[in-house]
Design a protein around this ligand. Structure first.
Ligand SMILES: C[S@@+](CC[C@H](N)C(=O)[O-])C[C@H]1O[C@@H](n2cnc3c(N)ncnc32)[C@H](O)[C@@H]1O
Length: 258
């Protein structure tokens, strides 16, 4: 992968008291300084190595490593063979989680992201990681997309650093969960506050209900440092792994979110 170094700068501490999803940085190229929000993934992925430089080098993100580790140790508690897993990586971005899974070795690995720039970045930077990659919105899958995805017979779902904050909504996550084979493995992470009962937003309530629901057998729940904030403060997340115990019924979300 090309290793361009970018001139990036985070805003001064006193001019921002931003929520995590409002964070941004400045990128300077040829004397032109522009502001890019952390959520402008389309802009970030277009520049090889920029995502890695910000989130993995500067902000020390370790979620793909952590979530793949707990998935490995979770599966090892069963008779299943990790190397035979058929994995759907939802919110795959430019493929860093896929790369981690590939280190352990899995049978099939398919990525999905909602933006075409993620696909372009994977093809450019990590062309050998995924067996296939879909650009799809799981909130509005066409019948053809669903059938295509089902034909992979996935028995593992991973979603890293992509749930909440306006990224993957619970509806999309449950759609992916239901595409999994029965007794499929699930591994993902969420910000620690999403599991706090004082957070009464629909997203948090649904995630909590889902984690402790009859549809998932919880194997692993671990608080860890996801990454640093731009102020250098640790951001804690929970890494979660478990086994699917049944499809989530359509009225499950409606009942929580109304
Ligand atoms: C912070 S990135 C994480 C990428 C990768 N999993 C990683 O750990 O580096 C979040 C990704 O989720 C994707 N995303 C957001 N909403 C989505 C949705 N509804 N369906 C699929 N992907 C989505 C974004 O496009 C982005 O690539």
């Amino acid at each position: 992968m090309k290793t361009t170094r970018y001139k990036i700068q985070f805003p001064q501490a006193d001019v921002h008291k931003l929520n995590q999803d409002e964070s941004f940085f400045y990128l300077t190229e040829q004397n032109n300084r522009r502001k890019i929000r952390f959520h402008d993934y389309n802009e970030i992925y277009k520049m090889p190595g920029l995502y890695e430089q910000i989130f993995y080098e500067r902000l020390k993100c370790k979620s793909p490593t952590k979530v793949s580790e707990i998935l490995k140790s979770t599966v090892s508690q069963s008779q299943d063979n990790f190397s035979e897993l058929r994995v759907l990586d939802l919110g795959a971005g430019n493929g860093i989680m896929g790369e981690e899974l590939k280190k352990y070795g899995v049978s099939r690995l398919v990525g999905v992201d909602i933006i075409p720039e993620a696909y372009d970045a994977v093809v450019r930077d990590r062309p050998d990681v995924y067996d296939d990659f879909f650009i799809a919105d799981f909130c509005h899958l066409t019948n053809e997309q669903r059938e295509n995805l089902e034909s992979w017979s996935f028995d593992c779902l991973t979603t890293v650093a992509a749930l909440g904050f306006g990224d993957i909504p619970t509806k999309a996550f449950t759609e992916a969960f239901n595409i999994l084979q029965s007794e499929g493995w699930v591994a993902f992470n969420v910000k620690e506050t999403f599991l706090d009962s004082s957070d009464t937003t629909g997203f948090s309530a649904t995630i909590r209900e889902l984690i402790f629901s009859e549809y998932l057998d919880l194997y692993h729940l671990e608080r860890y440092r996801h990454r640093l904030s731009i102020e250098g403060e640790p951001l804690y997340y929970f890494a979660i792994a478990g086994r699917k115990n049944g499809d989530i019924p359509k009225d499950f979300l409606d009942a929580i979110e109304k």
